[in-house]
Design a binder for this molecule. Sequence first.
Ligand code: 3PG
Length: 307
Amino acid sequence: MPKVLVATVKPFAPAAVNQIREIIEKAGYEFALLEKYGSQGDLIAAVADADALIIRSDKVDSEVINAAGKLKIVVRAGAGYDNIDLEAASGKGVVAMNTPGQNSNAVAELAQGMMVFMARNQFNGTSGTELSGKTLGIHAYGYVGKLVAKIARGFDMDVYAFDPYIDREVIEGDGVTCLDSAEALYSTCQYISLHIPANDETRGSINHELMSVMPEGAVLVNTARKEVIDEDSLEKIFAGRPDFRYVSDIAPDNAVQLKEAYADRCFFTPKKMGAQTSEANINAGVAAANQIEAFLETGDTTFQVNK
Ligand code: 3PG
């Protein structure tokens, strides 16, 4: 009987766990749960006899892959798979998948909520501004970016996007103005919402050059990954531009210094919470369980990311 391990430092909502368990047990597999584990060693020990693994932002590095002698498939219940060592997985013949789109609405709602939060001065009671009529630049027009555009248009924002991997027609079909470069996006938009993955191309790419061309009252919203921001640039822009604000679902490494110096211009969630809704947990968790069953039963590799 194949064993499916759900290993999440940040647990799914109980309803999601129940639904995952149901799918796994109905398929005739053994279900195992490792939540809120304290160290990487706990994960390494737990994967020893697992045939399949469901994770969130949990780190599946070469040590985990090597310790998982029976592992055939790892599914990241979510979008970004920068936490999986794909080379190590491929080297051991382990299929890695994500569940694209399944938690996007939760992240998009948070991004819009963060814009409101900053426009209203972090709800501190002082007079803020409105989002209506303001320019919003969506950096990467994937599942989340597309939903942010939809929500922001409901707020009557003037929405722009830059994504070299998405056809202009797709972007413009949503009533969003497609721009041809990141520079054009940042120099046009007061609000920028980041939806790029963390990879070799994007790490540290949001730099001083881009931040400094944002119009007066700049608000940078990051529900993507902290690694895409160049943190030295962030310090420099905060020091040089008293109007610049940064709100992020992932605290930067220099969060303490930034908070101390610029508390009213930055905010960081204590824990990544973009996908922390019951609905997103159910959608992504159930998709992961179904993908594992389809793979184990029929060899279905749709959503494989290490081809
Ligand atoms: C994702 O990549 O899907 C999001 O960043 C959510 O990550 P999480 O499952 O760790 O909350």
